[in-house]
Design a protein around this ligand. Structure first.
Ligand code: 7RM
Length: 654
């Protein structure tokens, strides 16, 4: 869909108007880590700002000499410096007396638990690093990690960082082909995996997928296997080694390997809709700075907080906000292995109550599934310890925001809606909780030091109230350094659409007060009778109706209007699908945002196709709406969902 730059229509229409505002609580503001002067300080001299942050937040072995070298689109931050990420995340805290502080409370799905102090973490990381070294891993060698949400996952990531060995984490839910592609692209020498993990009360095997993958990955020399299920599994003599035998006998001392600021820290593959996955490159110092700075400023973390980012570590959110940001800030965190509905829909609230969680960071998809189940589940627990809530991964519908605010945050806790990407490494657009007056559904403003804009197809900034394309206007420390092995694809994908600026691929609008409202991926924008409509506004209008928990809309080709809106709707518990309700919902959208947005088709469905990080895969919904075969389903979390929806499509209303 190429927008026509000469057309008088706006790039993306801005239809939904949200009036409610939530100023920061004065008591919260008075103690907040980030204050309003940070913005002014950063704008005075942005490089000096980042340099000062880098000196303060990072323990350097050798101080850096230059702050930024910017040869567009290639950035180098903090050249001349040497450091070690694992040293910054673990060892230095033990050295300054925090050895007994809890790094992680880990909770297994079946109810087993571990409490891991910074001293324990140091010993575990060191033993794992020594084991990897014994298996031939040295500075610069790549390691692939394919593990469930068990303590060995962050331990393995940190052990690699300790050795200066770049790692790539592959989601436990990915197939053997997806794993093999990533191992081959990275050229990994060692694979760290497990016999399996727990999901929804069942054992899920992993090692057979790893074996199938390794059959076509010539670079893998050794496989290190964690025994999570304790049932044993097929092991290849000489190649495969049990973690319990190889790691546990190692020394718990290991000196950190100093690496250069721009040393490769990790690769994380994003699917991309077509062609081969892109290995997003993150390097050492800038990434560590971006994650620790934003974790401190956005989540307002204090020494006594109990912080829970409920994402999967295999998603960038887990890398940045379960592992590196929080550990760099010596935070106490929660890691929960399993699903939110196991054994029942109050599992999270039981954990919040029991551990006194103060900060919770999750995704709109989770919030909407809690909405669907009803507020009795959170109401059954004491959630008064929560003082800050976060959202990430998709635009959050205002109604879901308000539900989260009321039923989880007790109407007190501020919400930070954080916009960022695998590519950005850390949060770029978000409220500062002690500073920003929030509006439900808006990620508000770029963080201090970040330049962002909303532009039209010609790259001209859109006036207030208008919609267009989100761009980032200057380099930032945690930015991707490229696509592994493919500098041209890097330039082409991110820096060619609007020369000199980073194109995120998202639509956005800015309101009269300059607030940013994210509108979803530009590939998902619908074109109805010449009006370019974002999916999120129509979905939010549906979720605004008291019967609706979640909605996804797509454009279905139409001879008359170009595209017609096809809505997939999940009802809240206690509501039944009917033709009358479908009609009511279509009228509700017309009433809330205008007749142009009234869905032509509406289908009730029990579920939606999503990625493992909970993003709705509208591409597959378009395939369903058009009645064509499905495209690439590699990243689909649950393949049965599309079949269920397909069986129902006959009943979509016109
Ligand atoms: C962190 C993450 C990136 C894409 C991004 C957006 C969407 C993420 C928000 C959001 C609206 C948000 N990394 N996205 N956060 N949209 N509001 N707060 O999700 O690489 O997996 O995805 O996610 O479309 O481009 S990611």
């Amino acid at each position: 869909m190429q927008p026509d730059p000469t057309s008088s229509q706006p790039e993306i229409e801005a239809l939904l108007v949200e009036q409610r505002t939530f100023p920061p609580d004065p008591g919260f503001a008075a103690r907040a880590n980030a204050t309003a002067d940070l913005h002014a300080e950063a704008e005075r001299d942005v490089e000096a700002f980042w340099a000062a942050q880098a000196r303060e937040r990072i323990s350097w072995f050798t101080p850096f000499e230059t702050t930024l070298e910017w040869d567009l689109p290639f950035a180098r931050w903090f050249d001349g410096g040497t450091l070690n990420v694992a040293y910054n995340c673990v060892d230095r805290h033990v050295e300054r007396g925090l050895g007994e502080k809890v790094a992680y409370h880990w909770i297994g799905e079946p109810g087993d638990r571990q409490t891991i102090t910074y001293r324990d973490l140091q010993a575990r990381v060191n033993r794992a690093a020594n084991a990897l070294r014994e298996l031939g891993v040295a500075k610069g060698d790549r390691v692939a990690i394919y593990l469930p949400m068990i303590p060995e996952l962050p331990v393995a990531m940190l052990a690699c960082a300790k050795l200066g060995a770049p790692f790539t984490v592959v989601f436990g839910g990915f197939s053997s082909e997806a794993l093999a592609d990533r191992i081959n692209d990275a050229g990994a020498k060692v694979l760290v995996t497990a016999d399996g993990g727990w999901r929804r009360g069942r054992k899920v095997g992993l090692k057979h997928h790893a074996d199938a993958a390794v059959a076509s990955t010539p670079t893998i020399e050794h496989v290190l296997v964690v025994s999570r299920l304790r049932d044993g599994c097929h092991m290849v003599e000489g190649r495969d080694h049990w973690w319990g035998e190889t790691v546990d006998r190692q020394s718990d001392r290991c000196d950190p390997v100093p690496v250069e600021s721009e040393h490769l820290l990790y690769l994380l593959y994003t699917s991309g809709t077509t062609a081969k996955p892109k290995g997003i490159v993150h390097t050492t110092a800038g990434y560590l700075l971006g994650t620790s700075f934003t974790h401190h400023a956005v989540f307002d973390v204090k020494p006594d907080d109990v912080y829970w980012c409920a994402a999967d570590i295999g998603w960038v959110t887990g890398h940045s906000y379960i592992v590196f940001g929080p550990l760099a800030n010596a935070t106490t965190g929660i890691i929960y292995e399993g699903a939110p509905d196991t054994p029942a829909w109050d599992r999270w609230w039981q954990i919040v109550e029991e551990y006194g969680v103060t900060i919770l960071y999750t995704a709109p998809t989770a919030i909407r599934s809690f909405m669907k189940q009803g507020e009795a589940w959170p109401r059954g627990h004491d959630l008064s310890s929560l003082r800050l809530l976060g959202s990430v991964g998709e635009p959050i519908n205002p109604e879901a925001w308000l539900w989260y605010h009321t039923h989880v945050g007790g109407g007190r806790a501020p919400i930070v809606d954080t916009w960022w990407q695998t590519e950005t490494g850390s949060i770029l657009i978000s409220p500062l909780p002690g500073v920003t007056t929030t509006k439900p559904g808006s990620a508000t403003f770029p963080l201090p030091g970040i330049g962002a804009d909303v532009v039209d197809a010609a790259g001209v900034p859109v006036p207030p109230g208008g919609g267009g394309y989100l761009v980032i206007t200057r380099p930032w420390p945690s930015m991707l350094r490229g696509i592994y092995g493919d500098p041209e694809r890097y330039r082409e994908t991110y820096w060619s659409r609007f020369p000199g600026r980073y194109f995120a691929g998202d639509g956005a609008k800015r309101d009269e007060e300059g607030y940013f409202w994210l509108l979803g991926r530009v590939d998902d924008v619908m074109n109805v009778a010449g009006h370019r409509l974002s999916t999120i506004e129509v979905e939010s209008a549906l979720v605004d109706h008291p019967s609706v928990a979640e909605a996804a809309v797509v454009g279905k080709s139409d001879e008359v209007t170009g595209q017609a809106i096809f809505a997939f709707v999940i009802l809240r518990a206690g509501h039944e699908p009917s033709d009358a309700l479908a009609l009511q919902l279509r009228e509700h959208v017309a009433y809330v945002i205008g007749p142009i947005a009234r869905p032509r088709y509406l289908l009730f469905t029990p579920d939606l196709p999503k990625t493992r990080s909970g993003k709705i895969m509208r591409r597959l919904l378009r395939d369903i709406a058009e009645g064509r075969p499905l495209g690439d389903t590699t990243t689909l979390a649950d393949a049965t969902v599309v079949d269920t929806i397909r069986e129902n499509t006959g009943s979509a209303e016109d």
